[in-house]
Design a protein around this ligand. Structure first.
Ligand SMILES: NC(=O)C1=CN([C@@H]2O[C@H](COP(=O)(O)OP(=O)(O)OC[C@H]3O[C@@H](n4cnc5c(N)ncnc54)[C@H](OP(=O)(O)O)[C@@H]3O)[C@@H](O)[C@H]2O)[C@@H](O)CC1
Ligand SMILES: Nc1ncnc2c1ncn2[C@@H]1O[C@H](COP(=O)(O)OP(=O)(O)O)[C@@H](O)[C@H]1O
Ligand SMILES: [K+]
Length: 497
């Protein structure tokens, strides 16, 4: 599991080490220099003779970059320094100069010329001490460099020290200029913005440098790996039968969107529940032709999925299965049309109810509940939006997108990235709803006993997102049914992880 901690928690973790005199900055800058060497070598360049640009701001981040520049100069690189503040770390600057690094003329032309000469930039303009948007003069400098980076015929390698300058380190927001990185070398632990969208998109590959920091508390944001998913999966044993493995009931599909029933059933069956029930008479024939193992009609279930392919005007029929699940405390997935119910009637939900909106649906839901929030607001700061929605509704929220962002009313936020963006096709969300329902059904009895869920539904939803991303992994176009077909292998790969 990737665990991201906020800057305040990072500073707490660093405090005892600094008091003991542990040379954190030395470790940090060495990790940056090592990453730079690796990037140069992987592209067939020698360090000796490579042209490197150190972008040094006024904080410790700038000092890290300067010391890294000093290492590279000592190994034969030709290093130039842009001094972006009057108060750069004096000792680090002196060390860099002694090692042969040269200061660049700080006018626009001087900076651009140096940027064009260098194949590798080290971004030490600002680290976790900065809250965006950047102010002048840093704002103009970052804009200039980012434009140059994009326009350059051979894009430079950009190594961000701790974080790309300008990102919302703690909330993953992107407001104002940022310098996009090829690699981010982050100290001690990732920060939320390095693993949560939209900021995670400008971080390149994230490498965590172990500088000796120790974290004990719950992370602010986490990303599950295959082995975390394996820990959550319930593998059947010799005493299991179809009812112990979990039954999932689907109220999905309609005359208007019959295919949604096929896709949700496919998603659910892929995850291997004991049984899938379908309570959608108008589409039962279609589903049975494809999946004869489906049992039609209402009946006992350990989890319920409602709303995929059901128009918002036809939600009346979803209320009976929803009421029953709420009464029996079984987990519920409310997708697509069923989200309508949360706008007006079902306003106080337990966290065992999981809402699965995309950004537009989440904005509509929040607006209906009195928060003036647009789709753009949700996309600009997804962590904030899911937390707000979880707090207002009481439910667990899965915001679907290039990365799924998941939160319950408490516990960490999970950010689960897509493996490929071919996944963005109609019906992929329906597959997700079915898959999630089946995973919740396997934990349904436990969830019903433990009451409001205590973070477990969010964890299970994150596992569903991992499996869905893995199942949708592709180098070329895919259809939603290909995701259905990929689920069993994705689960097997988690179990082998
Ligand atoms: N934590 C660890 O374990 C370790 C941390 N280490 C490193 O320390 C880094 C944190 O260092 P830090 O605290 O000095 O902050 P950092 O980001 O370099 O500088 C902030 C500067 O930016 C400026 N500024 C602020 N807001 C701004 C804005 N909106 N727009 C424009 N400017 C703005 C502000 O200037 P001011 O405005 O205050 O004059 C200030 O000069 C951390 O990321 C890591 O690299 C390692 O060395 C060792 C282990
Ligand atoms: N840019 C993207 N890259 C990868 N996956 C994406 C992207 N945008 C959306 N997705 C995924 O595609 C699916 C879309 O779901 P949804 O919007 O509900 O569509 P539908 O209702 O047609 O199934 C979700 O699983 C989401 O995570
Ligand atoms: K930086």
């Amino acid at each position: 599991m990737l665990r991201a901690y906020r800057s305040s928690e990072v500073r707490e973790a660093e405090k005892p080490l600094l008091e003991q005199g542990v040379p954190l900055m030395e470790r940090a800058s060495f990790a940056v220099a090592t990453a730079a060497v690796r990037e140069l070598r992987s592209r067939g360049h020698l360090v000796t003779g490579s042209q490197v640009l150190v972008l040094a701001g006024g904080g410790n981040n700038g000092a890290d970059a300067l010391y890294a520049g000093a290492y590279l100069a000592a190994r034969g690189a030709s290093v130039e320094i842009v001094r972006a503040s009057d108060s750069v770390h004096a000792e680090a600057l002196a060390t860099a100069k002694e090692s042969g690094c040269a200061l660049v003329d700080s006018g626009k032309d001087g900076i651009l010329k140096a940027a064009r000469r260098a194949g590798l930039w080290i971004d030490g303009l600002a680290g976790i001490g900065v809250r965006p948007p950047l102010t002048e003069p840093l704002s103009s400098l970052v804009t200039l460099l980012e434009e140059e980076r994009i326009a350059a015929p051979d894009e430079p390698i950009v190594i961000a020290v701790d974080c790309p300058t300008g990102i919302g380190v703690d909330d993953g927001a992107l407001v104002g200029p940022v310098l996009t990185a090829t690699v981010t070398v982050t100290m001690g632990a990732p920060k939320p913005g390095l693993i949560a969208p939209p900021a995670s998109r400008v971080c390149g590959r994230v490498e965590v440098a172990d500088i000796g920091l120790w974290f004990t508390g719950e992370p602010a944001v986490a990303t599950l790996s295959g082995s975390d998913v394996a820990d959550l999966l319930r593998v059947p044993g010799p005493t299991d039968h179809k009812y112990t493995r979990g039954v999932v009931l689907l109220g999905t599909g309609s005359d208007s969107f019959p295919g949604a029933a096929v896709l949700t059933v496919g998603g659910a069956l892929g995850a291997g529940p004991g049984m899938v029930r379908l309570d959608s008479p108008e589409v039962a024939g279609l589903v049975l032709r494809r999946y004869p193992e489906v049992v039609t009609g209402l009946g006992r279930a350990q989890a319920v999925v409602l709303g995929s392919g059901v128009p918002a005007t036809e939600t009346e029929r979803l209320k009976a299965p929803l009421d029953r699940a709420l009464e029996e405390k079984y987990p519920v997935v409310l997708d697509a049309g069923a989200l309508e119910l949360v706008k007006t009637e079902y306003t106080d939900l337990p966290s065992t109810v999981v809402l699965t909106p995309h950004a537009g649906e989440l904005a509509e839901l929040l607006s209906a509940r009195g928060e003036g929030i647009t789709r753009q607001d949700v996309e600009a700061a997804p962590i904030r939006a899911v937390r707000l929605a979880a707090t207002i509704t009481g439910a667990t929220i899965v915001l679907k997108g290039a990365s799924d962002v998941i939160a319950g009313p408490d516990g960490p936020v999970y950010s689960q990235p897509a493996r490929s963006h071919w996944r963005a096709v109609a019906g992929a969300g329906d597959v997700y709803a079915g898959l999630l329902g089946a995973l919740l059904a396997s934990a349904g009895e436990d969830l019903a006993r433990s009451g409001r869920g205590y973070g477990k539904p969010a964890l299970i939803a994150a596992a569903a997102s991992w499996i869905h991303a893995e199942a949708a992994h592709s180098d070329g176009p895919i259809r939603a049914m290909d995701i259905v077909d990929g689920i069993p292998a994705a689960i097997a790969s988690a179990l082998h992880d």
